[in-house]
Design a protein. Sequence first.
Length: 55
Amino acid sequence: MLLPTLTALILAGTLLIWSIPTGGTVVLVLTLALVVAAASALSARLSRVLDDGVD
């Protein structure tokens, strides 16, 4: 579903906001990994929806 993707994006945004003042490189890397994973999941979901719509 879409909920885990949105949850991951919200979590990533929260971590990013938190990591900027602290300068945490590890947190920043984890945030970027979460964003990439969420974008990948969303992209896969959208392609499945579009493929189903074409058939």
